[in-house]
Write a protein that binds this ligand. Sequence first.
Ligand SMILES: [Zn+2]
Ligand SMILES: [Zn+2]
Length: 294
Amino acid sequence: MHLRLLPSAFHRIPATDGLPPSQPLTSFILRSDLGPGPLAVDAGSLGMVGEAEDMARIRDVLLTHAHIDHIATLPMWLEALLSKDRAPIPVHATKETIEALRAHFFNDVIFPNFEELKEEDGRPLMQFRMVSPEEPCEIAGFEVLGFRVDHPVPTTGYWISDGEDAVVFASDSGPTERLWEVVRDQPNVRAVVLETSFPDWMEHIARPSGHLTPMLLGEELRKVPDGVRVLITHMKPAYRGEIIRCVEALRDPRVELLEPGSEVTIGGVTPSSGPPSLPAHPPEPLPVDPSRPR
Ligand SMILES: [Zn+2]
Ligand SMILES: [Zn+2]
């Protein structure tokens, strides 16, 4: 199984500060040599990486919650798939996330209501498919189990398996117990994707906003079973150097920083036989400032 964190900032390449590119938006692509996928988990930068044909290879998108850094370019991804015999394009999420997207995003103000717009033959452009926490389901050929995590809006982490290997996504979350029960109880968990959003001195913001700092990450690491890799994402761009230094100071060999644009192989098998992945960087870097925290 292969996991890619999509890039979401436009940098001079290579980055001049020697750090991995910053990551203001969150989207992952999961694919498996056993057949399932490609599946997108969250759509922060899904719709702005690669050409329309690259985006059209993604079968389904699964959302963890409705915060803008996880859904920002969902409309652009949907537009890339229009009139490609994909209607209705499936968007999987919990009831609360679907309600938030209907009320605040696809509301004919921020963006057209893609559930109401139809292809020529009458099929709606988009269809929300409800995921219920703690009820196993199948999405894009993967087995999926959702579970609640600790964040101010209803947010769901996911255990996702191709039948041989599994990865657990925490999404945005402060310290949690249910995630670690899932990691211990569900089969074949090879890796956990955790966030570390703020530096330690910003714990007064991290805790009430449902995020981790390196110190809180260190406490979570005590709950990691043997043999499970811990992949770190979601470092707020303005503080990423500081966060990286503090995470590295934990000196935990299970911890890896997930670099935007990179793909990691989780579990067995060779990385070469799956469908082609999206390009590592957007073709036309644009002069925007990615360093503003959100
Ligand atoms: Zn969030
Ligand atoms: Zn977030």
